[in-house]
Design a protein around this ligand. Structure first.
Ligand code: CA
Length: 313
């Protein structure tokens, strides 16, 4: 894996510059030279595959204004409770905190712009169109969000997504696509039961996030990595699982080496110029350490242009 050039994965698009998961954010990421564009995928009430980071729609749209009274008892608005036609009426905005303030105040101005939601199919059409018109090939990097939750809500995303990808010509390991999921049971199912031949990435989170019932501590043990390597092609760890900061200096935890020893690629998340982790004074320093020193095979970033510039020659 490490003999190939590291890949730049545009995290939700060029989301450092335009509202995440909008088509303009994807087009900009493409123009900035991203190798892969990421899609988070959730299901609408009419079983359409929507590109959106959360199962909720309220932190990135004006849903509360357009559809008052459609929240669940927890006060949240769920993608699953709306048909695609309804969701298309929403304005998509830069991500907000629960109190309505911007998560990243220096990014695209809050509550402005004429942006709309779109489906996975529409985004693939955009990327394939750009591949045709530019002559460069960028890949897709879809994530199945919360598969167990979706099944409880009456929809099984994986087969619907695989059918779409097959229709679009993404069928083999050599095609420019990585399919990713936090749920280890779902990654295993994709390979063993649904028999996909696509490259699979096991995302590794922190147990406190409650992203799935997967034990992310166990996944990072030798036995856990052995198990991942049976079905997947790589891991997508949280940056902070790759190193510890000792006396102000980052030192490897050995996770990259142990993954590589099992033939697994390593694509850590998330490289943000405006939210640097402890131990790093600059974006270039972070990229240089994780790619140049640790030897990761790619990175998820909100800033594909800066990542391209920072990559070691
Ligand atoms: Ca994601």
């Amino acid at each position: 894996m490490s003999d190939q050039k590291p890949v730049i994965i545009a995290h939700r698009g060029a989301s450092g510059y335009l509202p995440e998961h909008t088509l303009p954010a994807k087009a900009l990421a493409y123009a900035m030279g991203a190798d892969y564009l990421e899609q988070d995928v959730v299901a609408t009430r009419d079983d359409e595959l929507l590109v959106m980071h959360d199962i909720h729609v309220d932190r990135v749209t004006n849903v509360a204004d357009v559809f008052p009274g459609r929240a669940r008892d927890d006060g949240r608005f769920y993608v699953r409770d709306f048909d695609l036609a309804e969701l298309r009426r929403l304005s998509v905005w830069e991500r907000m905190n629960p109190d309505g303030t911007a998560v990243y105040p220096e990014r695209f101005p809050a509550r402005s712009g004429s942006f709309r939601v779109h489906t996975l199919g529409a985004e693939i059409e955009l990327i394939r169109g750009l591949n045709a018109s530019t002559g460069r090939v960028a890949g897709i990097y879809p994530e199945i969000k919360r598969p167990a939750w979706h099944k409880e809500q009456g929809v099984d995303i994986a087969p619907i997504m695989l059918e779409l990808l097959t229709r679009e010509g993404y069928t083999t390991r050599d095609d420019p696509v990585f399919l990713q999921c936090f749920d280890a049971a779902e990654v295993r199912r994709l390979r063993e039961e649904l028999k996909t031949d696509l490259k699979l990435i096991q995302l590794i989170g922190d147990n406190s996030w409650k992203e799935s019932t997967t034990d992310y501590h166990a996944l990072r043990t030798d036995a856990g990595l052995d198990e991942i390597a049976r079905v997947a092609d790589g891991i997508g760890p949280w940056l902070e699982q790759l190193y510890v900061v000792d006396d102000g200096r980052p030192r490897s935890t050995g996770l990259v080496e142990r993954a590589h020893a099992r033939g697994l690629a390593v694509h850590p998340y998330t490289f943000r110029m405006d939210s640097l982790p402890e131990g790093f004074a600059s974006f270039d320093g972070l990229v240089g350490f994780v790619i140049g020193e640790l030897g990761a095979d790619g990175l998820f970033t909100d800033f594909p242009d800066l990542a391209r510039r920072a990559l070691p020659a």
